[in-house]
Design a protein around this ligand. Structure first.
Ligand SMILES: [Zn+2]
Length: 269
């Protein structure tokens, strides 16, 4: 009964393994997963996965890394996909000053427009943020926000900002990557997240766990990638940092997931 709140199963690095992986995940207890598009050129891939697999929830958005590649028709196309999939979320959207030469003004404009679209259509939004926490906070405080809330995926901000984000409707998801020793401090911030705002994710094929926790090692062209079955690592890490039994955590995350992503959405089962 596991939920993967954020991933990119459409990523071409998974092409040769995707069919087998998608067959295996429900058997491993994955009940639902949110597949996030990142740019105009992968939205159709996300749509196809969602059409073929009822347990996959599509999400469409322009990621800050791909803002420079957008065409003049991106907004119309995004709206078209969201209207075609009433159960779709908006994402992955966000703000990122970590990448080389970030066009933060264009990023901010795209982020604002997409968040307002999520609010208008009553969809949850999934937000990526790297080295832009102050800017994100300022934007969120000055925009109409989705009533059902939004997800700060792979939350890497300070613990002190969590209560403010919670007040605005944030949920926080943890990826298997937080199992690396160098991420111990970030893992510890999840102790400050209210239980009813916790979620688990893989961000697959990115954010793989350290070798000692990785029961599903996977590679693409000689480089490690994250196997979606590593979702269980995220659950284990959260159970550990919260000091609660895994079964209780599974129940809690299921409730949180359905509150954020299913709410009034049409869900085909
Ligand atoms: Zn992502």
């Amino acid at each position: 009964m596991l939920y993967d709140a954020h991933n990119h199963y459409q990523d071409t690095r998974l092409d040769s393994d995707r069919t087998i992986i998608l067959q295996s995940l429900p058997e491993l207890g994955v009940l639902e997963a949110v597949v996030n598009g990142s740019a105009e050129d992968d939205w159709e891939d996300v749509a196809r996965l969602a059409r073929d697999n009822a347990w996959l929830r599509p999400s469409f958005g322009l990621h800050p890394w791909y803002v420079k590649e957008r065409t003049s028709g991106w907004q119309e196309l995004l709206r078209t996909y969201l209207m075609a999939f009433p159960n779709a979320a908006v994402g992955e959207i966000g703000l990122d000053r970590w990448i080389t030469d970030p066009d933060i003004e264009a990023q901010t404009a795209c982020f604002r427009w997409q968040l307002m679209l999520a609010t208008e259509l009553d969809r949850p939004a999934t937000i990526h943020c790297l080295r832009a926490w102050g800017l994100l906070d300022e934007q969120l405080r000055n925009l109409p926000l989705p009533e059902r809330g939004f997800l700060l995926h792979s939350y890497g901000g300070p613990a002190e900002m969590i209560p403010g984000f919670v007040q605005m409707g944030a949920y926080f998801s943890l990826s298997p990557y937080f199992g690396h020793v160098r991420k111990a401090q970030q893992l510890a911030t999840f102790a400050a997240v209210p239980l009813d705002r916790l979620l688990a994710e893989t961000d697959a094929p990115d954010m793989w766990p350290p070798d000692e926790l990785n029961e599903h090692p996977l590679q693409h062209e000689g480089k490690p990638i994250n196997h979606p079955a590593n979702l269980q690592v995220s659950y284990d890490l959260l159970a550990q940092v919260r000091g609660i039994p895994r079964d209780d955590l599974i129940t809690q995350i299921g409730e949180n997931y359905r509150r954020l992503f299913q709410a009034s959405c049409v869900v085909k089962r």
